[in-house]
Design a protein around this ligand. Structure first.
Ligand code: CP
Length: 314
């Protein structure tokens, strides 16, 4: 495998999940695979889980790790071809990407949507520019439109917790005071379509994700109806795709203990970080059915599987 840009780079979700579960049983089984190789982690946005789990995964494989917080510490980058750089940006991505690729064997990048212009965000300018100008593998640590390491993690976590019957998975929108990108939801939807499951999305009118991502997945605008008999409730806020970047704090969509009673004793999932008592009540996230900590733990094994596949093929 060269780049891990999208969950669509996973050829068989079941196979990858099983491979990740094997890694989890013995995380140090390939501890020399990455010896003398260096991964560079470039962050244009904050992170806790992605940063530490990707580092941990690389260390488990014997890699060296370089981390850079680009925003605030790096030169501000220009992405336009032929740009006359007489304004704020100091360095063109053309040079930056080529320079970084000389120091590293693998590059991983986090660059969120700016939520100012939909076309710009969905062009994936940052990730795609680095991929264009580097000759080393690039891993997406959450880009403008996708978070494939999180989605692979979610597939692992669902598989580990799934009932004997075909599970019902509900992706529920929830309120949030800040406008958030669609990246996590997009990749979760793409991943869930590859799983053997009944999958439903529920959100208020106006919060439809891009139709090229949701395809034929049923959308129920009645959250309580959607939650009925669910085995997994995956909660996430995203801002509007149609009225790009618009958010809502409608507390009627908060996940409560009463709503969880409608489910089939569902496991509660969230990628974290989460705003307690805004997105979800304490009583739900602190309940025995919450698997968010286990889910965060699986970030390491998702990242380690992706790195292993890259190291084995480059
Ligand atoms: N879920 C997730 O990507 O967490 P961080 O933003 O803390 O990395």
């Amino acid at each position: 495998m060269n780049n891990y840009f999208s969950i669509k780079d996973v050829d068989s979700i079941d196979t990858w999940v099983n491979e990740a579960i094997e890694i989890k049983k013995n995380p140090l089984s390939d501890k020399t695979l990455g010896a003398d190789k260096t991964i560079g982690l470039l962050f244009f946005n904050p992170s806790l889980r992605t940063r530490l789990s990707t580092q941990k995964a690389a260390l488990n494989l014997g890699m060296n790790v370089i981390v850079m917080n680009f925003t605030g510490e790096g030169w501000s980058l220009e992405y336009g071809d032929g740009a006359v750089m007489d304004q704020g940006n100091s360095e063109h991505v053309k040079e930056a990407a080529q320079v970084v690729s000389q120091y590293c064997d693998v590059l991983a990048i986090r660059a969120f949507a700016k939520l100012e212009n939909r076309d710009d965000d969905y062009e994936e300018k940052v990730l795609k520019s680095f991929i264009k100008y580097t000759d080393i593998p690039v891993i997406n640590m959450e880009s403008a439109t996708g978070h494939p390491l999180q989605a692979l993690t979610d597939a692992i976590t669902i598989t580990e917790n799934k009932p004997i019957h075909k599970p019902k998975i509900v992706l529920s929108w929830a309120p949030h005071p800040k406008a958030l990108p669609q990246a996590v939801a997009n990749s979760f939807v793409e991943m869930a379509q590859q799983m053997e499951a009944d999958f439903v999305i529920t959100h208020p009118v106006g919060f439809e994700l891009a139709s090229q991502i949701t395809n034929e997945v049923p959308i129920d605008y009645n959250q309580e109806n959607a939650l009925k008999d669910a085995d997994f409730v995956y909660v996430k806020n995203w801002s509007s795709y149609e009225e790009y970047g618009k958010t809502s704090q409608d507390q009627n969509w908060k996940i409560t203990k009463e709503k969880m009673k409608l489910t089939n004793n569902a496991k509660f999932m969230h990628c974290l970080p989460v705003r307690r008592n805004v997105v979800i009540d304490d009583a739900v996230i602190d309940s025995d059915n919450s698997i968010v900590i286990e889910q965060a733990n699986n970030r390491t094994y998702a990242a380690q599987l992706v790195l292993k596949k890259i190291l084995e093929t480059t």
